[in-house]
Design a protein around this ligand. Structure first.
Ligand SMILES: Cc1ncc(COP(=O)(O)O)c(C=O)c1O
Length: 381
């Protein structure tokens, strides 16, 4: 049986482990200097001034939406080709989700469909950098500006990617990152809100810790050195110094991780160029994707996708499908969404299979994936 290869996997080395142990032996397990250092390294890498690190990408979305001013009765516009968290975090705040369909080739939100979805309640547009490929920010930001709406990015897949020479983290008013193990760098669980907006950052840091402020200048009264004030209904979304020790050390390797992902994607794209049964992922010429995912699609008969998926699993590939469109989930169907509403996202989903892509894959691993995919295509399609 050939080696099992998952669709994504972390790369934690002895240096990462030593960094974690050092923090475990130190004075601060949480809310300490390693959280600050991790935030600084994210700021340096992305070029964004402010970073608030939190305990998951999902909490980062919740914090970011709050910090950008989303509240009950407001609406966000996003795409259904994403993990449910992108939409769920708006519901946490009592807001409503409006989906618009995607571009057929990238799976990213289609800017030309956004304006029709804008109402006087629209507060945020939330593009997702699906698979690590940044969305079309210039078009999206222009629409938002015209209507006085804020763009905040779900960049859970795309730390380390760039768009027209600009780093992810500086493309929207605020950007959410995830550090789940399959993501560009990991803290086991973790996330961050990155921005150049000091007001968004202030609100993020308050929301991360129960809505509490300890800044005397922001307090309504001050009864002494012990005094703090809870001014918003926040949460405990703090990330630990232990996690940030891992994240900080991983950041030293981010550029190399991304370069390796890009090389693997190129191997696949070259190898499958002569397989007409497959639609391959695209990369716009003004984008350097982070290649979080490499999604192939079945060209002719989407109804054969399941057979191809099952055969690839039998052959030892931990393939996945990204994503079940969010509006397919029963919870969203109960909110009134229906199958058929977003045909391009639905078509993308019906054909999609995510192949293994992660930095630790060897050239032999990549060759073996190519061989197994070609074999399965021949057998099944
Ligand atoms: C597009 C997208 N947004 C948000 C999230 C949520 O991140 P986390 O798992 O860190 O909560 C994920 C995680 O898979 C994701 O893929």
């Amino acid at each position: 049986m050939p080696k099992f290869l998952p669709y994504g996997k972390q790369w934690v080395d002895d240096e990462d482990i030593a960094a974690v142990i050092k923090v475990l032996k130190g004075d601060f397990l949480t809310t300490g200097p390693t959280v600050d250092a991790f935030e600084q390294s994210l700021s340096q890498y992305t070029g964004a001034k402010f970073v608030t690190a939190v305990n998951s990408g999902t909490s980062a979305l919740h914090v970011m939406y709050f910090a950008a001013g989303l509240s009950a009765g407001d609406e966000i516009i996003t795409a259904p080709m994403t993990f449910a968290a992108t939409a769920n975090a708006a519901l946490y705040l009592g807001a409503k989700v409006k989906f618009v369909d995607v571009q057929a080739d990238t799976g990213n939100i289609n800017p030309s469909l956004i304006e029709a979805a804008i109402t006087d309640k629209t507060k945020l547009i939330v593009p997702i950098d699906f698979t690590g490929h940044p969305a079309d920010y210039d078009e999206i930001n222009a629409i938002a500006e015209k209507h006085g709406i804020t763009v905040v990015a779900d960049a859970a897949h795309s730390l380390g990617a760039s768009y027209k020479g600009r780093q992810v983290g500086t493309l929207a008013a605020a950007t959410e990152l995830s550090f789940h193990p399959v993501k560009p760098v990991t803290t086991a669980e973790g996330g961050a809100i990155v921005s150049n907006d000091s007001a968004i950052d202030k609100r993020s840091k308050v929301f991360r810790t129960h809505g509490i402020t300890r800044n005397p200048e922001e307090m309504q009264v001050n009864e002494g050195a012990w005094w703090y004030e809870m001014q918003h209904l926040g949460f405990n979304y703090r990330i630990t110094d232990v996690q940030c020790a891992l994240g900080l050390n991983q950041m030293h390797k981010l550029a190399a991780f991304i370069a390796r992902r890009q090389a693997i994607a190129q191997f696949y794209t070259d190898a499958f160029a002569d397989v007409p049964e497959l639609i391959l992922p695209v990369q716009r010429d003004y984008v350097a994707s982070g290649w979080h995912l490499y999604v192939i699609r079945v060209a002719e008969n989407p109804e054969r996708r399941k057979a191809l998926f099952d055969r690839l699993r039998e052959l030892g590939l931990g393939v996945q499908v990204h994503y079940i469109p969010v509006h397919y989930h029963p919870y969203y169907q109960n909110l009134g969404f229906k199958r058929g509403q977003f045909p391009l996202a639905e078509d993308y989903y019906a054909r999609a299979i995510s192949l293994p892509i992660f930095p630790r894959m060897t050239d032999d691993d990549v060759a073996s994936v190519i061989e197994r995919v070609k074999q399965a295509v021949k057998e099944v399609l």
